[in-house]
Design a protein around this ligand. Structure first.
Ligand code: S5P
Length: 273
């Protein structure tokens, strides 16, 4: 698998421009941290993005939990993404028929396609959801269309998750069928060994985002299950996603620095540095 290669090497060979960008940002900032900025006001979100910007590669949003979402939210996020060189991942988890997800992705109140480099979806509706989202991204005008990508939610960290076995294998199949739009997966590990139906191509290099990363807790009261940065990266995470472990820490900036350092050390160990 390509996970033994450096981000720099993967950036130079990856066929997908957004994946190349992701690896370039990681390499440039020596960070594989995605902060899950699950706060509920624009001010908190932008303050967090500005404070943590230097230490992260990606910011993950749940834009629909903001009480005051508006054009200033997006303008602010985009300016900070420029300032600190990070990418934006909207964790909308699309899960509906193609016709509906196209409307949820493009336009509407949230205008997700205009500002989110990365989105994700569940494949419960079947392959059509991937095709529909890919179509919308491809139909977008420059400069948006060139740097949009999808992560398939192939597994979940919550206790009793049903995204296992054949469901996870189907996620890999769909990713292989739409390689120009699907960057990879949100999963707890690399999925190269999953017995999928569609064969891997020689240049396959899926990007793995692993959520449920926390240094000081093993879970919450609602079924969340955590692993450490070392464990996640060791199992194949290219980007580690941490929410409360960072933003709810007494000093979020210090926490981000700590996750950055540990995530990077685990990566260096994996690639044999
Ligand atoms: O399986 C998953 C997938 C996701 S995207 N488990 C998750 O927890 N998430 C998201 O990651 C979740 O919606 C939340 O935004 C974040 C985890 O937050 P934390 O505070 O538990 O780190």
């Amino acid at each position: 698998s390509k996970s033994q290669l450096t981000y720099g090497a993967r950036a130079s060979t990856h066929p997908n421009p957004l994946a190349r960008k992701l690896f370039q940002v990681a390499e440039a900032k020596k960070s594989n941290v995605t902060v899950s900025a699950d706060v509920t006001s624009t001010k908190e979100l932008l303050d967090l993005a500005d404070q943590l910007g230097p230490y992260i590669a990606v910011i993950k949003t749940h834009i629909d939990i903001l009480t005051d979402f508006g054009p200033q939210t997006i303008a602010g996020l985009q300016a900070l993404a420029q300032k600190h060189n990070f990418l934006i991942f909207e964790d909308r988890k699309f899960i509906d028929i193609g016709n509906t997800v196209q409307k949820q992705y493009h336009g509407g109140t949230l205008r997700i396609s205009e500002w989110a480099h990365i989105i994700n979806c569940s494949i419960l509706p079947g392959e059509g959801i991937v095709e529909a989202l890919a179509q919308t991204a491809q139909a977008m005008d420059f400069p948006y269309g060139a740097d949009r990508g999808l992560l398939i939610l192939a597994e979940m960290t919550s206790k009793g998750s049903l995204a296992t076995g054949p469901y996870t294998a189907a996620s890999v199949d769909y990713a292989r069928k739409y390689p120009s739009f699907v960057l990879g997966f949100v999963s707890t590990r690399s999925l190269g060994e999953v017995p999928a139906t569609v064969a891997a191509s020689a240049d396959e290099d899926f990007v793995v985002f692993t959520t449920g990363v926390n240094l000081s807790s093993t879970g919450d009261k609602l079924g969340q299950q955590y692993q450490t940065p070392q464990s996640a990266v060791g199992r194949g995470a290219d980007f580690i996603i941490a929410g409360r472990g960072i933003y709810a820490a007494p000093d979020p900036q210090e926490a981000a620095r700590q996750y950055q350092q540990q995530g990077w050390e685990a990566y260096v160990a994996r690639v044999g540095g």
